[in-house]
Design a protein around this ligand. Structure first.
Ligand code: GLU
Length: 360
């Protein structure tokens, strides 16, 4: 090549490299070149993401905090409530599930739904919706650990990512997802692992479903248990959810709390057992007594992960436990409670409830 043409070649090469680099960094819009942007319905329930000194942000305020949203989706917003997650009632859970089902039934072109919630009990709301929304389209639950009056408020970043997942075609069929800190977790497995730190939502041994990066939303695995479109739980037929309490096993714990829960109207009890479901002898006696009266007792673990297998307990009391209780499988006690409430709204048959715990 003649020497005097080298500078021109370098200029062209540098421009190509610059262009490629910019294209890789730029957030890619999720619409096709010609089509309209996906429509995403946003329901705000409150929580830290809506909190600021002097009053709460509304759904409309939150959408205004994320101008880049117009690159990814057409939002519609609705204020469902504006309270802390722990203040939501089970009747509001039912109402929210019915509302999302209604939105999907009435609007076949809606791409997905985003819900903001406080983070404290977010995993319970997300799992409830995972079992009761009857559509394959994505439902994404989003929150924040820092409120809008705090430096480092991450609400807008999380909400934008929630919209991007709800607008993404790859998210369909994954049920309800929790999106914070660029990570997508399944409602079934995600849990709040730290009271304060930002990176609190983890799926422990299972890991994330996917991630939200600047260029795109990527999935690496899909939930295989029954949920949403394949669920058998129909909230149209449930007026109120039965009382189910969670009781923990700890050293020398008395069975009195189990007896008291049943006496106060609990139709089900989830025991957060030690290790693979151990209880004290006083608790075991109370469990057997309430089980005789028709209260359904589910054995889980307080360890944070691991599976309680149905009918495999080799301990001397194993036979009794098999007859009188249902195994929670790998569901965390608070999620086992959500499933047990829905199960009890349909049946009191232990074998049938055990089937549900193995399938969902
Ligand atoms: N972290 C709280 C929650 O889970 C939010 C507190 C509030 O909204 O007042 O809802």
């Amino acid at each position: 090549m003649p020497r005097n043409r080298l500078p021109a070649v370098w200029t062209v090469l540098s421009l190509v490299i610059l262009f490629c680099d910019a294209a890789a960094q730029a957030p890619a819009p999720s619409r096709g070149a010609m089509g309209p942007l996906p429509r995403v319905h946003f329901l705000a329930t409150g929580g830290t993401i809506s909190n600021r000194a002097g009053g709460r942000l509304t759904a409309e305020d939150l959408v205004k905090l994320i101008p880049p949203l117009e690159t990814y989706a057409q939002p519609e917003f609705e204020q469902f409530s504006n309270v802390a997650s722990s203040a939501l009632t089970l009747d509001q859970y039912l109402k929210l599930a019915r509302r999302i089902n209604e939105l999907f039934e009435q609007d076949k072109t809606l791409a997905g739904v985003v819900i903001t919630s406080g983070t404290d009990t977010m995993e319970e709301l997300a799992y409830f919706l995972h079992l009761t929304v009857r559509d394959f389209r994505p439902v994404v639950v989003v929150g924040a650990m820092r409120n809008a009056s705090t430096i480092g408020y991450e609400g807008p970043a999380n909400l934008l990512e929630g919209f991007r997942v709800a607008a993404s075609r790859a998210a369909a069929g994954n049920g309800v997802m929790v999106v914070l800190n660029d990570e997508i977790n399944s409602a079934r497995e995600v849990t709040k692992t730290d009271a304060l730190r930002l990176h609190t939502f983890q799926s422990r041994i299972y890991g994330v479903l996917g991630v939200v990066d600047a260029d795109r939303v990527s999935f690496y695995r899909a939930p295989v248990k029954r949920h949403t479109a394949k669920s058998e739980f129909d909230v149209k037929k449930i007026e109120t959810l039965p009382r189910v309490d969670v009781i923990m096993v700890y050293q020398d714990a008395s069975g009195d709390l189990i007896t008291a829960a049943a006496a106060n109207g609990a139709r089900g009890i989830v025991v957060a057992g030690a290790g693979a479901g151990a209880t004290t002898s006083s608790q075991r006696e109370a469990i057997n007594a309430v089980a005789q009266k028709g209260v359904v007792v589910v054995m889980g673990t307080r360890t944070g992960s691991g599976r309680i297998a149905p009918g495999t307990d080799q301990a001397p009391s194993g036979g009794e436990r098999r007859r009188n209780t249902v195994a929670a499988e790998d569901l965390a006690p608070v999620k086992a409670r959500i499933l047990l409430m829905l199960a009890l709204a349909k049946t009191h048959d232990l074998a049938e409830i055990q089937r549900m715990f193995s399938e969902y």
